[in-house]
Design a protein around this ligand. Structure first.
Ligand code: M6P
Ligand code: ZN
Length: 193
C-alpha cells in the first residue's frame, strides 16, 4: 500500500506560510545563492556577517504509485543583497515537457521567466496572481516588498530541477532598487552567446 494513493490534506497558515504536517523545510542562505546575486562584494559581506536566510522551501512530495504530483511553498524574506532584491535561485526543469503552476499567496514582486532562446518575461505579482510556467521556461520569483512573499508551486517530482543555466548566465534582467523603488535592468554579467 502506498499512502500517497490515498487522499491527504495539508494546512497552510495564510499569515506565515507555514505548511503542516510532514513537510520538508530547506533553507537557502546568501551563501547558497553566491553565484546568483550580481554584486559579489555584497555577497561576501552578507556571508561574513551572518549569512542570512533568503528563503525557505517547504515541500511535500506525493510519490504515488501512478503519479508523482508535488507541492512546495516558498517563503522569501524581504531584503536585498547589494541593490538586488531577494529571490529564489531559479531553475529549469530537467524534463522539457514539464509545466508548473505558481500561485502568489502573499507579498509583491515579480516572476521572471526565460527560455533558452532568450525570450524573457517579468510577470508582476501580488496576492492572488496565478502564473502558468510552460515547459522549457526557467523561473525565478523576486520579493520586492517590505514583507514576506510566499507562493505555492504545483508540479511533478519527475520534472527535476536544473540550476546550471541560471548559475552560469542568470536571467536576462535583474530586479534592483533605485530611489527606493524596484526597477528592471539588463543583466550586466550576461555572457553573450
Ligand atoms: C517552488 C517550486 C520548487 C522550487 C522552489 C524554489 O516552490 O518550483 O520546486 O524548489 O519554488 O525555487 P528554486 O528551486 O529555484 O530555489
Ligand atoms: Zn519549477
Amino acid at each position: 500500500m502506498n499512502p500517497y494513493d490515498y487522499p491527504l490534506s495539508l494546512k497552510l497558515d495564510f499569515s506565515t506560510g507555514a505548511l503542516e504536517p510532514g513537510v520538508h523545510v530547506t533553507p537557502r542562505r546568501v551563501s547558497d545563492l553566491a553565484l546568483m546575486f550580481h554584486d559579489k562584494e555584497a555577497v561576501a559581506a552578507a556571508i561574513a556577517q551572518r549569512d542570512p536566510v533568503v528563503y525557505e522551501i517547504l515541500s511535500q512530495g506525493f510519490p504515488g504509485s501512478r503519479t508523482d504530483a508535488a507541492i512546495a511553498i516558498s517563503r522569501i524574506y524581504p531584503g536585498r543583497v547589494g541593490d538586488e532584491y531577494h529571490f529564489t535561485k531559479g531553475h529549469f526543469h530537467e524534463r522539457d515537457d514539464q509545466a508548473e503552476v505558481y500561485f502568489c499567496l502573499k507579498g509583491e514582486g515579480y516572476l521572471l521567466l526565460e527560455r533558452a532562446d532568450g525570450e524573457f518575461r517579468a510577470e508582476p505579482w501580488q496576492p492572488g496572481t496565478i502564473s502558468h510556467i510552460p515547459p522549457a521556461w526557467g523561473h525565478r520569483v523576486v520579493n520586492t516588498g517590505r514583507d514576506l512573499l510566499f507562493f505555492i508551486g504545483i508540479y511533478h517530482l519527475s520534472a527535476g530541477h536544473s540550476y546550471k543555466q541560471v548559475e552560469e548566465r542568470g536571467f536576462a534582467q535583474l530586479v534592483v532598487e533605485r530611489d527606493g523603488r524596484p526597477i528592471l535592468i539588463p543583466n550586466p554579467r550576461r555572457i553573450p552567446r
